[in-house]
Write a protein that binds this ligand. Structure first.
Ligand code: SF4
Length: 367
């Protein structure tokens, strides 16, 4: 495994685009079958009402967006979504809940049952549930979880310009907790948050230092949603996305690179170049948690045009065995010390105040 310095990564990132693309495609072919792309299905098992203030997220309760929230889905509903996705060629299901952190309660017990059910359908199961203790990570692993997703989003330096309700170290701690339970890690970033190239480089540098490095690295382009503090961000140019995917492929050569949010804004040709640059996974389905995503059929048509085939489950790892111990919730001695940073972000505060006003007007109308 290569040891990268920030300068090395900067040099790769700044290469002339076609040269970068060629190098990334070469690295990609060394470790992967370039025709195979994993189709993953993202299911929002609990939408909206999150207490955090991530500046890009329409599910943060403090902003005023048009998201329809729901309470936790039933296990049967999740199985239905998983089966539908599997029938379309999907081999991985990622279940997302808009929580700050996991709590040892009945909702978590229900998520554990979802994990077990999808594992039994022979699909890779990933969860993204917020911050997580080691004990909770172990219970998820026992229920058959394959991967835990927790994105660093951006560089440590820029992170505090986007999120003020928790610190970067909490993210790193959760990733470590997942690792201690032998879960594979899915962790990536979002570009278009207003960060500089240097922040993208710095985030990749952080991932490059991890041992092991994340098995899966989603690269998202911001989908600017009205009502969030980042609603006025300009769309990410496709060339930035290709550059970021290619650099990720070269720096994290063993990881699956996931072309994630923002695909509705990308042409088929743009996506083709992302696959060329080493992306070997997409999320399919008309919604990505709450933001629009291409229809399954459009993706399959694109696969046909490009000669791509859906990747089978567990290509890079064994299917986790289920250990019924997941049902027990042993008295945890873990002290949970998630941070509550003091600082505030002006634009997050402004969006919160605006949301409050809109809610007030709505309630007067309702009277
Ligand atoms: S990104 Fe996750 S943690 Fe942040 S506000 Fe949205 S749901 Fe909450």
């Amino acid at each position: 495994m290569n040891t990268w310095t920030k300068e090395d990564i900067r040099e790769v990132y700044n290469k002339p685009l076609l040269e970068l693309l060629y190098q990334a495609a070469t690295v990609h072919r060394k470790h992967n079958d370039p025709r195979e792309v994993q189709i993953s299905k993202l299911v929002s098992i609990k939408t909206d009402g999150c207490p955090e203030d991530c500046g890009y997220c329409p599910q943060a309760a403090r902003y005023h967006t048009d998201i329809n929230g729901n309470s936790l889905m039933s296990v049967e509903e999740v199985k239905g979504h998983a089966q539908e996705a599997k029938d379309m060629g999907s081999s991985r299901v990622c279940m997302g809940a808009a929580w700050r952190n996991v709590k040892d309660d009945a909702d978590f017990d229900q998520v554990l049952e979802m994990v077990k059910s999808v594992n039994q359908m022979d699909m890779e199961v990933c969860c993204t549930l917020g911050m997580l203790t080691e004990n909770q990570a172990r219970r998820l692993a026992d229920a058959g979880l394959y991967a835990y997703n927790h994105n660093l989003d951006t560089s440590e330096e820029y992170y505090k310009e986007v999120i003020s309700t928790r610190g970067y170290e909490d993210r790193l701690q959760t990733i470590e907790n997942a690792r201690k339970a032998d879960l594979t890690v899915c962790s990536g970033g979002i570009i278009g948050l207003g960060e500089k190239d240097e922040d993208r480089i710095s985030m990749l540098y952080t991932y490059s230092l991890m041992r092991p490095q994340p098995e899966s690295v989603p690269i998202n382009a911001l989908v600017a949603v009205e009502g969030t503090p980042l609603e006025e961000q300009n769309p990410v140019p496709i060339w930035d996305m290709i550059r970021m995917i290619a650099t990720t492929r070269i720096v994290l050569e063993h990881s699956a690179v996931r072309l994630s949010a923002g695909r509705t804004e990308m042409s088929d040709e743009g996506q083709a170049l992302c696959f060329m640059a080493g992306a070997n996974s997409i999320f399919a389905g008309d919604k990505l948690l709450t933001t629009p995503n291409p229809e399954f059929n459009n993706d399959l048509a694109l696969f046909n045009k490009l000669g791509l085939v859906p990747m089978k489950a567990y290509k890079k790892g064994d299917k986790p065995k289920i250990n019924e111990a997941y049902k027990e919730s042993p008295e945890s001695k873990e002290k949970i010390k998630w941070s509550r940073p003091e600082h505030k972000i002006e634009r997050n505060e402004a969006a919160k105040q605006k949301g409050k006003k809109v809610r007030k007007v709505t309630s007067v109308k309702e009277l």
